[in-house]
Design a protein around this ligand. Structure first.
Ligand code: NAD
Length: 381
């Protein structure tokens, strides 16, 4: 064995450890109070593939719901150009510098899905944005009232397997190693976000989901810190679960209705929230929030659906997911009444009246026709 590999790997590991210690030391936790802010700037990012198609409908809904505040200047809708796969590839940057600078002038973002090239070295725009804007909480609600399901997932969004995902170590033809990072402040802040949500929304249980029996250091620390935070919330029951059995629990009709709030490390959260969205009817039905203390980004949970575009069916994309994300955004910026109104309209259009049919991953009428239906319903409320 060539000792050079070991020496190089040790050097690389030292650098990674120093950088992670530095990242951990920089973390703080002090959420913004939007209700006290005179003006809120909402950045609108179209994205790729079906992104511009579903975003057009979301923009119409925002303009209708926030009309007076937009006129008064209390809300600004700011289009952010340039986060397209063509521009990113041309510049060789996952998020071009000028785009990032424009994004940082906003308080919150509503974002269409962005394509990540297969292979190569380009990082996903989302991973870059989560890191650059320190969006540490990925929040995904899933609700299926007829099945007794009312879940909300708090996925840690900035560390775990993702923070060093493209910086592993390789000995050619022999082995490859990746790293998983759990920091104390990074875990405390996601745990606190989940327990605060539970307290403020009348929830009585939080499931802490890890694989701490195997990943003893990282997941062991995650679980222990969640319990430490849980001790400050005596009215909320904190339960430990392993990710494998939780994946089974979500499809077990006998017990899934007992779960309310979940808090979990990055990779498990990534996987299990897609499973949960599928139970709700497909990825086209679910929205998600990526929140930090300074910035927040809201989006559909699905990707840019390149196959739908190739088949010429892009105009039939289901905008329900981006509408759900819009509702989450409105709640985040303390526009609860507008969020409730949108939730009501989505319930009428998607569950009770169903005058325009949508399925989990297709609209039977066009995306724009469904947008018209939601707007007409909003106008009648
Ligand atoms: P995808 O979510 O784009 O598509 C999966 C399936 O769901 C496809 O059959 C697609 O047609 C369908 N679908 C998704 N959203 C739909 C909608 N609103 N209406 C109708 N049908 C819908 O997943 P993928 O094909 O694995 O990924 C495509 C690209 O998107 C990749 O480059 C990937 O990296 C990227 N991606 C981006 C994000 C994001 O920006 N948040 C998330 C996931 C994937």
């Amino acid at each position: 064995m060539d000792n050079n590999y070991i020496d190089q790997a040790c050097k690389q590991f030292r650098t990674l450890l120093e950088q992670q210690l530095e990242r951990s030391a920089r973390m703080d936790h002090a959420a913004k109070d939007f209700s006290a802010q005179k003006q809120v700037v909402i950045g609108l990012i179209d994205g790729d593939g079906i992104g511009p198609i579903i975003m057009r409908e979301a923009k119409r809904v925002l303009e209708a719901l926030l009309k007076e505040e937009i006129t008064a200047g209390a809300i600004v809708l700011k289009p952010i150009e340039g986060l397209t796969i063509e521009n990113r590839l041309a510049l060789g940057q996952s998020v071009p510098e000028d785009v990032l600078a424009a994004i940082k002038t906003c308080d919150v973002l509503l974002k269409g899905p962005t394509t990540t090239p297969k292979g190569g070295t380009m990082e996903s725009a989302n991973v870059t944005l989560r890191r650059e804007l320190d969006l540490y909480a990925n929040v995904r609600p899933v609700s299926v009232p007829e099945l007794g399901i009312d879940w909300i997932f708090f996925r840690e969004n900035t560390e775990g397997e993702y923070v060093l995902g493209s910086r592993g170590i390789e000995v050619p033809d022999t082995l490859a190693m990746d790293f998983k990072v759990t920091t104390v402040p990074g875990t405390r802040r996601i745990a606190r976000t989940a327990f605060e949500y539970a307290k403020n929304n009348g929830k009585t249980k939080v499931a802490i989901v890890t694989k701490a029996n195997i990943m003893k250091k990282t997941d062991g620390l995650f679980s222990a810190l969640c319990h430490e935070v849980a001790a400050e919330y005596p009215d909320i029951q904190a339960e430990d679960w392993y990710i494998d059995i939780m994946a089974a629990n979500l499809v077990n009709p006998d017990i899934r209705g007992r779960f309310q709030v979940f808090v979990l490390p990055n990779l498990y959260g990534d996987i299990i929230t897609d499973e949960a969205a599928q139970i709700q009817g497909g990825v086209g039905t679910a929205g998600s929030a990526n929140t930090g203390d300074r910035y927040a980004m809201f989006e559909a949970i699905h990707g840019s659906a390149p196959r739908l575009i190739e088949e010429g069916l892009g105009d039939y994309a289901n905008p329900s997911s981006i509408f759900k994300a819009t509702e989450l955004l409105l709640r985040h910026i303390a526009r609860g009444a507008a969020a409730d109104k949108l939730a009501k309209a989505l319930e009428i259009c998607g569950q009770t009246e169903k005058k325009v049919v949508v399925t989990g991953d297709r609209t039977v009428a066009t995306c724009a026709a469904y947008g018209d239906y939601v707007l007409e319903t909003l106008a009648g409320l």
